[in-house]
Design a protein around this ligand. Sequence first.
Ligand code: TRH
Length: 390
Amino acid sequence: MRTDKNPATTLALFCKVVDNYGDIGICWRLARQLREEHGIAVTLWVDDLQTFQRICAEVDADAALQQIAGIAVRHWTGREGEFAATDIADIVIEFFGCDIPPGYIAAMAQCGPRPVWLNLEGLTAEEWVEGCHTLPSPHPRLPLTKHFYFPGFTAKTGGLMREGALEAQRLQFQSDPVAMANFLARFGVTQEEMAALKVSLFCYPHAPVPALFDAWRHGAQPVTCLVPEGVAADAVQAFLGAEAKAGACGSSGALTVRVLPFVAQPDYDKLLWACDVNFVRGEDSFVRAQWAGKPFVWHIYPQDENLHHKKLRAFLQRYSEGMEGLDAFSLRWNGVLPAGAAGDADWAALWPGLHAILPAAASRAVVWQHQMFAHGDLASNLLRFAASLR
Ligand code: TRH
């Protein structure tokens, strides 16, 4: 294989958009970083171009093949297709076990040398990940071995995705109040709203948003909640008494809710950097909130048999370090009842509990960030592992 510094290295990344934006959000970010920072010629295979378009406006939802930011984007239409060995990339990544076409796998077996084949898994803070990271999985019939690759929060995992220039960009933005004010003003945020506690809100529809709005409304501190269009739409609509479309805004008591457009990924980072507290969800926004160096609350993607409760607790165990206000709030935000608890959560107490520890959470966010920096970044770690297999 050519080295990861060699622009001729080719990589195919297969992404199946199961639900929401996270899968394509992660794959698109990874593809760009591999191309821009490592000179890899990336082909991104995506089955749902319409969802892709929401986070990247340049996407043509009808194109079988298109070039965006130096990346070949192919519409992945199914399991059919015949491929020759010359079609196969040096590194083949299937995101989250998305089952690449059998014809592609058959052609991989014809290659000499064989491509590196990785299954890039989802992020979890659970300990078992360390034992499974980089494990081989030989193909039952063909002379091919796939390896599992896990992102994670420890040195025994692949780390977290982070662009090389991200931290410098963030620090520059956050040290420039005019740039931050101009950014927020683009969405109609007024000076008065900027002076309040600024909260970005990205969560799944089942989050107890109405109860939180009530707590904010009756709280002592003014809160400006910036919510992307389509997020918590019912609760936002009920609060505004009007359709929750971008540009809509309303106030009641101490709370102002403003609906933003769903912005492109780089602007979403700026939103996180400009807010005082970020509510994030899934995987990618959850990681971006960690790079923002600000307090955040995670709404985890729900899984069967409440598997996500375990994952949430595993993360909080690593992260929340004595911040009971964050633990209590996060568990209730995710519908996890603390042992012995029953009935409705008391949001009028949970919010002040979180609010009181925000200074501690801000300090923790910075310490955590530096701990995570020490593990390098996922794209570089992954390429180093791929090179070691050849
Ligand atoms: O969209 P999500 O809920 O994705 C989830 C998770 O990835 C989960 O692990 C997966 O299994 C499930 O989908 C099927 O949340 P996530 O991961 O935060 O992805 C959102 C993406 O959208 C992220 O890349 C940030 C981006 N985004 C924008 O670009 N602009 C915006 O305005 C907002 C709110 C988000």
